[in-house]
Design a protein around this ligand. Sequence first.
Ligand SMILES: [Fe+2]
Length: 270
Amino acid sequence: MTGLAIKRLHPSIGAEVNGVDLSRPIDAPTRDALNQALGEHLALVFHDQSLTPAQYVEAASVFGPPMRQHYSQHNMADHPDIGLVWHRNGQQPAERWHTDHTNRERPPAATVLYGVEIPSSGGGTSVANMRAAYAALPEDEQARLATLSTVNMLDGHTDTREDDRRKYDVPIVHPMVRTHPVHGSRAVYFHVQKAKQIEGMSPDASLQYMNDLLERMIRPEIVYHHVWRKGDVLVIDDRATMHRAHGDYDRSQSRVLWRVIAEGDRPTLV
Ligand SMILES: [Fe+2]
């Protein structure tokens, strides 16, 4: 392991990683250090990377095995583990707070994004520390949340392919508070559009409660806002954060990110 340096970007969440060229093989000590850093800082930024699709998939696999993404119409033809995030052909910016692919039994440990085409201003990505959000809740609400689980399915995008629907639109139950397998701490965990209901509550009451939680939990003090530069790699820890895109850019300009999701553990509360 040579030259790895980690610099905090925000008091609550986010760190910049220097001294790592993601186009090269990553040795075992560096992999361990990066996974520890992700668990601690929850969002890692690598600047000035220059990656082929194959190098990118290899680099993202430092954080777990790449998982196939369920909007397969957006997957790169020759490299189907890479999803293309671009706001054309019907894709809209995911502007609501969420964590990715909660409809999977083993949802991603990390979402890895690579900035390929970046608009001249706007179009950033925000990441919220849901470990800090949990810690800030009143004790009785922490205790209540720890008893709740969500039932997750695909969020009703109308352009989902039938084949993806068959494979991935199957109910999966996850706890609303999960223990981080590396860091050992607890975080609030749900995707408001994929959670069809909280077990034991009606869909309407579930939605209302989750929206109310988001409103109360996500405050500027626990959010890192990433302003993209071409060549950035942003790694988001999906086990203890929520994120959102910002559509506040000139849509005549192109914004293209490559996305790989790296498989994690089945969420548990211990
Ligand atoms: Fe996302």
